[in-house]
Every structure is written in structure tokens, then in C-alpha cells.
Design a protein around this ligand. Structure first.
Ligand code: NAP
Length: 261
């Protein structure tokens, strides 16, 4: 699906961090924020993703208007990574961080009876702890007002899928963090929201059983299709902008109406 065109430069001069920006939804969010004028720090972790992060940089650098972007390689399961990411962002794009998109995430299909402590850490260290530690690292560098924190949850956070207890519960936790951060940061005019995609064609979706996805698509009122990465990036783009200033603590279903709440 082509990305939307002719967006005005509503984020000109803003500095954004997008985690997990080498592939899938995160890459499209990074591109969309850059298109709207932001300087983007794009994080990734796998050496095998070097070509795709370079491709993203190329797409951003060759936009009609000059754009700045910076790739940062860091493993967000390492609790020291968030401080390093913020430090590198300030150094290369600073002086502050206006927008944080906590997008990096992982899934794990595992029957409840087989879950080990290391499975729990694998999912929660990235899907929950990294969101908390990235947020903690960014807060001192937010602008005096109007900062934006956008977390990527999942419709799984409000559903129950066989064998996905760790993933679904981790995304429910992201919603909980979002509401508390919104309460804490609201006095300064910063907003915090969660965007919950339904099925989107990315590498991650390949790990979800076909019958779950087919059932979701049958029950997706808008065109019975999967979401595109651009469908999600447009919602994030809006939440990053000034025009979303009265929206905070919300969990937005970006699922073609598959989940309505
Ligand atoms: N796709 C869907 O249908 C769907 C539905 C609902 C919610 N979501 C959520 O949307 C977000 C993005 O999903 P996606 O489908 O785009 O995933 P994806 O294609 O699997 O991409 C995952 C991204 O996260 C990064 N990442 C993975 N492990 C990391 C780590 N330890 N440290 C730092 N970065 C790490 C990856 O970097 P490398 O390339 O370096 O590995 C990659 O950039 C996730 O939070 C996911 O839960 C996706």
C-alpha cells in the first residue's frame, strides 16, 4: 500500500526517537515523522538489519526537503541501552527529545504450562521494561511543554489468544504505563498515548497462526484486510502533532474496526 502523500511539515524542527525502526511498523513511523519534518533517531538491534536501516536513512535523506536522521544500534533488553540511545540522539540531533515512539517489540507463542522465567524475561524485558526505561531516560530531555510519548500496543492487549499469554499481557501492561504516565506528565502539557494495531503485514505477523489472522480479517469491518504499516504510521503522525494536544492517556485501536472500544 503506498504511503500517504502531501503532508505538511507539522513537525519541523522536532526531534523524535523511534525504537525498532529497521523494519515493519517502526520503519514506516520513522519515515512518516521525517516526512512531517522531524529529525529522527531510528533504533534497531540486529546486525542483519544494517541494510534495512541504511535503506531507511537513504529514503529520509533523499526526501525533497532536507531531513536529518541518525541510526542507533542498541539492544533494548539491555537496561543500559535507553540512556545510551537518548545520549546519542541529543548529541547528533538534540538539544532535546520532543517525541518518543516506543515501538520495538517481540512476540512469543508458548503454551501457558511451558513458560519459563527466561521466556518471561524475553518478552517483558523488551515489551514492558524497555518502554519504562526509555520513558525514564527521555523525560529529563522533553521540551518545556508539548512533548509526545506514543507507545505501540496491540489489540492483543485486550484479547485472549491461545499460547500468547506473555505477549497479550505485556501489551496490556503498556496500556497501564500509558495511563499513569499521562497522569504524571500532563501538568507540563506532555501527552502519552498507546496505538494498538490489528494484524499488519510485517515479519512479526509471520509468527502468528494463520487461523487467528484469518478470523481477525473476517471480523475486520473496514475492507476485511490487514492493516498496512502506513495505516499505523498515520495515526502515530497525528498523535505526534500539536493538533492532538487534548488527547492523552488513550488507547487507540488502529485495526480497521476489528476491535472497538
Ligand atoms: N505486525 C503486527 O501485526 C502487529 C500487531 C499489533 C502490534 N504490533 C506491534 O507493533 C510493533 C512493531 O511490530 P512489527 O510487526 O513492525 O515488528 P517487526 O517487523 O518484527 O520489527 C520489530 C522491530 O523491533 C526491533 N527489535 C526487536 N528486538 C529488539 C531489541 N531487543 N532491542 C531493540 N530493538 C529490537 C527490530 O530490530 P531488528 O531489525 O534489528 O531486529 C525491529 O526493528 C511491536 O511492538 C508489535 O508488538 C504489531
Amino acid at each position: 500500500m503506498p504511503s500517504s502523500t502531501s503532508v505538511s511539515e507539522t513537525l519541523l524542527g522536532k526531534v523524535a526517537i523511534v525504537t525498532g525502526a529497521s523494519r515493519g511498523i517502526g520503519a514506516q513511523i520513522a519515515f512518516e515523522l521525517a516526512k512531517r519534518g522531524a529529525k529522527v533517531a531510528a533504533t534497531y538491534t540486529s546486525p542483519s538489519s544494517e541494510p534495512s536501516i541504511e535503506k531507511l536513512m537513504e529514503r529520509i535523506f533523499t526526501m525533497e526537503s532536507h531531513r536529518e536522521a541518525h541510526p542507533i544500534r542498541a539492544d533494548l533488553r539491555d537496561p543500559t541501552a535507553p540512556a545510551l540511545i537518548v545520549e546519542q540522539t541529543i548529541k547528533s540531533l538534540g538539544p532535546r527529545v520532543d517525541i518518543l515512539v516506543n515501538n520495538a517489540g517481540c512476540e512469543l507463542a508458548r503454551p501457558a504450562a511451558d513458560i519459563t522465567a527466561s521466556d518471561f524475561a524475553h518478552v517483558y524485558d523488551l515489551n514492558v521494561r524497555a518502554v519504562a526505561l526509555m520513558t525514564a531516560a527521555v523525560i529529563p530531555h522533553l521540551p518545556p511543554s508539548g512533548g509526545r510519548i506514543i507507545n505501540i500496543g496491540s489489540i492483543g492487549g485486550r484479547s485472549g489468544f491461545k499460547d500468547f499469554s506473555l505477549y497479550c499481557s505485556s501489551k496490556a501492561a503498556v496500556e497501564g504505563l500509558t495511563r499513569c504516565y499521562a497522569a504524571e506528565l500532563g501538568a507540563k502539557g506532555h501527552t502519552v498515548n498507546t496505538v494498538c494495531p490489528g494484524p499488519v503485514s510485517t515479519d512479526m505477523l509471520n509468527g502468528i497462526p494463520k487461523e487467528i489472522v484469518e478470523n481477525q480479517l473476517r471480523n475486520t469491518p473496514l475492507e476485511n484486510r490487514r492493516g498496512s504499516t502506513d495505516d499505523i504510521a498515520q495515526v502515530v503522525g497525528f498523535l505526534a502533532e500539536e493538533g492532538s494536544r487534548w488527547v492523552t492517556g488513550q488507547t487507540i485501536s488502529a485495526s480497521g474496526g476489528h476491535c472497538m472500544w
